[in-house]
Write a protein that binds this ligand. Structure first.
Ligand code: ADP
Length: 464
């Protein structure tokens, strides 16, 4: 076990320390989880639904504490952090309806009755990143619990506090002890132990595409089920026929929310050449207007980056000779501050190609619809994207042509708990959220029951 300091990204002060656990903690957690899962799965569907509603209510009751923890640990603006805690509550509420709705099918077959069951997988491991610690954990644990599983979460090394607290809240709310556990630890220690553990049936991984490929390789050893939510380099396509004022006013929030540490960040703005200059004129004041500052201030829209190491990575995309069009502001002094930055690089520049995961956006011109689609799709990623146009036919054509899992027209919204979320290409595998998410935490079992052949008279009654 190693004890590490957690640093407040806005002040660089030590918030607290956390024990990073080792492989033996995973063994213990899996054994406990199996016991808890048997108790949970034996409850009636209505009792499991009630348990999830109780947890949602407990999260709601602890909203301010969870939000304050995220502000201190991750540097998220307080308004955003409150929304995140409320989102966890809403995700739990949404999936609390599922235990009573996980119906199988009755399928017509010859010679008997055939039916399917949605069995829980057993123990699910969730490996989360540091950008949205509690919301991303809940996208896994809420539907997994709803489907009758136990869950073990390994939060990212830098940001474990809200996840640890959520597991405590689950126990306080009356869920079986050990049903939702958190094992803080390093990816190459606890994460690896989870990938190799025979007692874990499914891994939900959210993080970089590089680590996601590794997770997929290791999962293959035991044919573990996996869901992967990986990187993105999403396009925000602005056509000349759009409401240009609105497109420019909202573009900063499509990429700089959470300081750009968002896999759905619209980090490539593509603008039709005929309105490029006008768009840039409108974008400049919009970027300058992003309120970057103290996360505990209610008016703050963007906080610091999560850590010094991450700041250095982001800064490497803006060297002294970078093609900076303009920048917003950021506080001086302690904290991992990085001003919103707009670049106008060449199309093959690494800032255009690689996921920066910080408040840096590139702007490129395009000529026509086909050109816009080609540029938008010229990436190994395919997570999200926005299309700005007032032409409904174009909106539909381009939405169908962009190879990404989550597109929005005249908006930048990507995530709603009631709709599916996930990536094309190397942005991921499988989908989270939406009505079908609990099915991703089940195995389909088919049972055939032989029944004696019907007499002709019985058959006739059956068809009359
Ligand atoms: P980032 O580069 O954004 O930190 P990663 O994909 O490396 O993203 O990390 C996302 C999560 O994956 C974190 O919880 C991290 O600890 C975990 N992780 C990193 N390496 C491994 C690994 N080899 N096996 C399992 N989990 C890992």
């Amino acid at each position: 076990m190693t004890v590490v300091d957690l640093i407040n990204p806005a002040t660089e002060e030590v918030v607290t320390t956390v024990d990073l656990l080792d492989e033996s903690a995973v063994d213990e957690a899996v054994a406990t989880a199996h016991r808890a899962q048997r108790i949970w799965a034996a409850l009636s569907p209505a009792a499991r639904a009630a348990g999830l509603r109780d947890l949602a209510a407990a999260v709601d009751g602890n909203r301010d504490e969870l939000a304050a923890l995220e502000v201190a640990n991750s540097g998220h603006p307080i308004g955003q952090a409150r929304w995140e805690a409320e989102h966890v509550r809403d995700v739990l509420t949404f999936y609390s309806a599922s235990p009573e709705r996980l119906s199988g099918k009755q399928i017509p077959v010859a010679g008997g009755i055939d039916m399917t069951f949605c069995d829980p997988i057993g123990v699910v491991g969730i490996i989360t990143p540091w950008n949205f610690p509690m919301t991303i954990a809940s996208w896994g644990f809420a539907p997994a619990l709803a489907a009758g599983n136990a869950v073990i979460v390994k939060p990212a090394e830098w940001t474990p506090l809200t996840t640890i607290r959520l597991a405590e809240i689950a126990e306080e709310a009356g869920l079986p002890p050990g049903l939702l556990q958190v094992v803080p630890g390093r990816g190459d220690v606890v994460g690896e132990a989870m990938l190799g553990h025979p007692g874990i049936g499914k891994i939900v991984f959210t993080g970089s595409t590089r680590t996601g490929r590794h997770v997929m390789t290791r999962a293959a050893e035991s044919v573990k089920r996996i869901t992967l939510e990986l990187g993105g380099k999403s396009a925000n396509i602005v056509f000349a026929d759009s409401d240009l004022e609105q497109a420019a006013a909202t573009a900063p929030y499509g990429v700089f929310d959470n300081a750009g540490q968002d896999c759905c960040a619209r980090s490539r703005i593509l603008v039709q050449r005929s309105v490029y200059d006008r768009f840039m004129e409108l974008l400049e004041p919009a970027v300058a207007g992003v309120r970057v500052g103290d996360p505990i201030d209610d008016a703050t829209e963007m906080g610091p980056l999560v850590s010094r190491a991450h700041w250095q990575k982001v800064a490497s995309y803006v060297p002294d000779d970078a093609p900076v069009a303009f920048r917003g502001t950021a506080p001086e002094g302690p904290g991992f501050w990085f001003p919103p930055t707009v670049l106008t690089p060449q199309p093959n520049d690494r800032a255009v190609v690689e996921e920066i995961f910080g408040p840096v956006v590139t702007v490129l011109p395009f000529d026509d619809e086909a050109d816009a689609i080609a540029i938008a799709n010229a990436t190994e990623y395919g997570l999200a994207g926005s299309i700005w146009t007032d032409d409904l036919s174009r909106a539909l054509r381009v939405s169908r042509a962009v190879a990404a899992g989550n597109l929005s027209v005249n908006s930048h919204s990507s995530v709603r708990y009631s709709t599916p979320f996930g990536g094309f290409k190397q942005s991921g595998l499988g989908r989270e959220l939406g009505p079908d998410a609990p099915l991703g935490f089940t195995e389909t079992k088919n049972v055939f029951i032989a029944v004696g052949a019907a007499t002709p008279a019985q058959s006739q009654r059956g068809t009359s």
